[in-house]
Design a protein around this ligand. Structure first.
Ligand SMILES: [Zn+2]
Length: 67
């Protein structure tokens, strides 16, 4: 699954607007991570596809464990 495809295929679940890929910072456990996520150009809603979120969390855990 590719973020650009998601941005093109999906529309905002709130207003139906177009999506663009934005960098979003989030805190997880003791780390801060920056991820690219599709967000609505109109209302700013950020979409987090579940399998993507799960993958990023696994990645974040691995990064933390390596330290
Ligand atoms: Zn929207």
């Amino acid at each position: 699954m590719n973020l650009t495809d998601i941005a093109q295929d999906w529309s905002c679940t709130s207003c139906g607007g177009e999506l663009e890929i934005v960098k979003v910072q989030f805190a997880y456990m003791k780390g801060h991570f920056e991820v690219d996520l599709p967000a609505c150009k109109d209302c700013g809603l950020v979409l987090v596809p579940e399998e993507l979120a799960t993958g990023k969390m696994a990645e974040a855990e691995r990064i933390l464990e390596d330290k």
